[in-house]
Write a protein that binds this ligand. Structure first.
Ligand code: HEM
Length: 491
């Protein structure tokens, strides 16, 4: 079997073939914390919380270790080289299916983990096609209209809950790109509430017991059913409209049209149920990951004034370079905002969208830890990549807990020096996020507009993280005062 050698350390990940197993002595299983009889690490998990538990084990047991809760064994792989098989292994060997079934009540039938891998793979391609640069150019224009008209409602000065405002703005922008203007007007407020209920129904407990009869799950199911009705009407009327106009591809600019027009490799078109499911998934992805990221970006910038000043300065330079105030939010100009880009990227390093990503080991595999020891992760284990820990490794990132966007500047490029899997906020390898460019564009468009038009100050404490959720966002309100800035000069 081919040995995969590492660029930075001695870590190696090797799927264990039957022949190889016969030839040599099998390496031991990863070290496991003893925990307490029957319950394993459950008491420590409840007392310390997941993050502290993982950190402690990493310090004591090293970069490969197993945690037991009741009969469930969760093996953690920490570090770019150690996690290689997790991200680059074949789905037939290390898969998402078994550990992602809990998302089916949220995304619904006909999509994501309700379908086989081959169908899901093609559906992900449809998203990829719908977020290509040519499409993003159109979305940028649509987004800007929403951002300008929403923020025009703010007064000369005032105090707002930035988290609530940005969540609202992200929903506006996402629904506009997904469904088009006419539909957005009619259904915005109801859809916003329903998507929030979907997210609220994805708690840590959901990952093990997705149908536990708790109020949050009941609200999730009702919200998914109602979203299904609303989106089905939208899809039907768009298809009818298209048929009345004599078929062919409609000249509409939204993601809905891309998904309706998508074709599987065998030539079949997408069904109504699939398009509805993909719309729910896209809205969910675009909404929750992005609105957390955008609020964290604000909280980080407003508490690190040197970086805030640098980001505002960059806006001044860009306005001057482009000789106008209103046309600096096009897709191409957003690509010039390197300082802002690094601030968003650094925010996401410190606040990744989830505590850990999970896979199921369909076959045993061998992994070499950072200290050179080799272990065999047995078939059947759940395997975890703890993003938060991974994004703060001191041998990859200098002063890893510090908010320091310049670490991504070309002369330092710490993530590049650390190897392909050293920055994992958008995943990596086979299942890397296809919405990354869309998300960056959305966040940069909104923040660049805020920076050009408002002076902002955080007046509540820096938010804590809500670790009870699968996608943990900022907890509580994030209060800011704002004051309109004079228009930035053309030169
Ligand atoms: C700040 C915003 C976002 C973050 C931080 C984020 C993060 C991630 C991460 C970590 C994964 C990897 C999951 C895994 O390996 O198990 C992922 C996958 C994915 N994301 Fe995103 N995402 C964001 C926005 C979006 C948006 C806006 C879309 C769609 C328009 C999207 C669509 C997807 C899809 C379809 C996948 C699955 C790819 C695959 O399995 O091959 N994401 N995302």
């Amino acid at each position: 079997k081919k040995i995969i050698t590492s660029r930075r350390s001695s870590a190696v990940v090797v799927p264990v073939s039957a022949a190889a197993k016969r030839k040599r002595k099998r390496p031991p299983h990863p070290p496991m914390s003893p925990g307490v009889p029957l319950l394993g690490d459950l008491p420590a998990l409840l007392i310390k919380g997941p993050l502290a538990l993982i950190r402690d084990h990493y310090t004591r047991l090293g970069s490969v270790f197993t945690v037991r809760v009741f009969h469930l064994k969760l093996t953690f792989l920490v570090g770019p080289d150690v996690a290689r098989h997790f991200y680059q292994g074949l789905d037939s060997e290390i898969s998402q299916d078994e550990v992602s079934q809990f998302t089916i009540p949220t995304f619904g039938p006909g999509v994501a983990f309700d379908v086989d891998y081959a169908t899901r793979y093609e559906q992900i391609r449809f998203f990829g096609d719908a977020t290509k640069p040519a499409k993003l150019r159109t979305y940028a224009t649509l987004m800007l209209g929403e951002v300008e008209s929403h923020l025009a409602r703010w007064g000369q000065s005032g105090t707002v809950d930035l988290k609530l405002e940005l969540e609202h703005l992200v929903t506006l922008v996402a629904t506009r790109c997904l469904f088009g203007a006419a539909v957005r007007e009619k259904m915005f407020s109801e859809v916003g509430v329903l998507v929030r209920q979907l997210n609220d129904g994805m708690r840590l407990v959901t990952t093990r017991f997705p149908h536990l009869p708790i109020p949050a799950h009941r609200r999730r199911d009702a919200a998914r059913a109602r979203l299904g009705e609303i989106f089905t009407d939208i899809v039907r009327s768009r298809i009818q409209q298209q048929q009345q106009q004599g078929g062919g591809t409609a000249a509409t600019d939204d993601m809905l049209q891309c998904l309706i027009d998508s074709r599987y490799k065998d030539g079949r078109g997408t069904t109504e149920t699939e398009v509805v499911g993909m719309l729910v998934s896209a809205l969910f992805a675009a909404q929750y990951t992005s609105s957390s990221a955008i609020t964290w970006t604000g909280a980080r910038l407003l508490t690190h004034t040197e970086h805030l000043r640098a980001a505002v300065e960059e806006q001044r330079r860009i306005v001057a370079r482009h000789g106008g105030h209103d046309d600096v939010s096009s897709y191409d100009v957003l690509q010039e905002m390197d300082t802002l880009h690094r601030c968003v990227k650094e925010t996401l390093r410190l606040h990744p969208p989830t505590l850990m990503l999970l896979r199921h080991a369909r076959r045993s595999f061998a992994v070499r830890a950072d200290d050179g020891r080799e272990y065999e992760v047995p078939k059947g284990h759940t395997v975890a990549s703890p993003l938060l820990l991974h994004n703060r490794l001191p041998h990859v990132y200098e002063e890893p807990d510090k908010f320091d966007p310049d670490r991504f500047a070309p002369r330092r490029a710490e993530d590049r020096a650390g190897g392909a899997l050293s920055y994992l906020s958008f995943g990596g390898g086979r299942h890397a996020c296809v919405g990354e460019a869309f998300a960056f564009m959305q966040i940069k468009l909104i923040w660049s507009h805020l920076l050009r038009n408002f002076e902002l100050e955080l007046v509540s404490p820096f938010p804590r993280t809500d670790w009870t959720m699968v996608m943990p966002g900022p907890l509580g309100k994030v209060m800011v005062t704002y004051k309109r800035r004079p228009r930035m000069k053309k030169n």
